[in-house]
Design a protein around this ligand. Structure first.
Ligand code: FES
Length: 115
């Protein structure tokens, strides 16, 4: 099994975000991880509107007020905790979730994401 560790939980600002290149079910994928408080959420780094990557600079996925994930292409806003688009051209669509686990202070890919 490939190493499922992404980064240490305390390496992420609160709130904060970071991108990773991983393999999901044998397929290379770009993903993002966002932290708010004691929770972390993972999503495929692909906007449901036009399929663009979400980040406007490496590891920069959050809106200026840090309350949402923001797409760099047409500025859609997505909730941190569910990836639902709440403003922009794809309201009601969702980011594709990636299962994560916290293990001994590490943020790791969840088991179902690796199989
Ligand atoms: S590609 Fe993300 S809002 Fe258009």
């Amino acid at each position: 099994m490939p190493d499922a560790r992404l980064c240490r939980f305390d390496e992420l600002a609160d709130p904060g975000s970071r991108g990773f290149e991983v393999e999901l079910n044998g397929v290379p994928e770009s993903i993002l991880v966002v932290r708010r408080g004691g929770s972390v959420y993972g999503y495929i780094n692909r906007c449901p509107h036009a399929g663009s990557p979400l980040d406007w600079m490496p590891d920069q996925f959050l809106s200026l007020d840090q309350r949402h994930i923001q797409c760099a292409t047409h500025a859609a806003l997505f909730t941190l905790d569910g990836g639902e688009c709440v403003a922009g051209p794809c309201v009601g669509d969702r980011l594709t979730p990636v299962a994560l686990e916290l293990v001994d202070g590490w943020i790791c890919l969840g088991r179902q994401a690796q199989s």
